[in-house]
Design a protein around this ligand. Structure first.
Ligand SMILES: [Zn+2]
Ligand SMILES: [Zn+2]
Length: 160
């Protein structure tokens, strides 16, 4: 088989990084409130495939993006804030209330700025989810041609 033909790319990734000690995962009131705002803003639709809960069969999930909650304590927040204010992460993050920012939870758990709404598959699914594959493969699904057989488990479909 040559690269000119559709071919299966099998990546075996072994990832080993140091996660700082962090408080056990918890759901804060801020997360709960802003998760609902995110769902409302996005019309309940997945960032990748546009599916609603009814179309995907599962409630939409709020993914922490760009900063993962478990990694918040390794972040140098002055560096992140400088990029945020420079617009590197887009208008919503630039416009966040950085003036009163004193604790990382204020940003990390605010799903209106650090949230991405995903269907369960595009969140954690094998060969589909952002937590389960390299970013270049993952993001291609958002722009892939309708009907393309992306993987064994997925034919590209953009809900409308
Ligand atoms: Zn999806
Ligand atoms: Zn996630």
């Amino acid at each position: 088989m040559t690269v000119e033909q559709t071919h299966t790319e099998k990546e075996t990734l072994s990832v080993e990084v140091n996660i700082p000690g962090h408080a056990p995962r918890k759901t804060t009131a801020l997360f709960e409130r802003t998760r609902k705002e995110l769902i409302e803003r996005e019309g309940g639709r997945c960032f990748v495939c546009n599916a609603t809960a009814g179309e995907s069969g599962h409630p939409p999930e709020a993914h922490h993006h760009p900063i993962e909650r478990s990694l918040a304590e390794l972040i140098d927040w002055d560096r992140f804030k400088a990029d945020a204010l420079a617009g590197v992460w887009g208008e919503r993050i630039r416009a966040f209330d950085w003036a009163t920012f004193t604790s990382w939870e204020q940003f990390v758990d605010d799903m209106t700025v650090n949230g991405m709404l995903l269907c369960k598959a595009h969140h954690i699914g094998k060969d589909e989810g952002i937590h389960a594959m390299p970013f270049p493969l993952w993001i291609a699904q958002k722009y892939a041609k309708e009907g393309y057989q992306f993987s064994e488990v997925e034919v590209i479909h953009h809900a409308t």
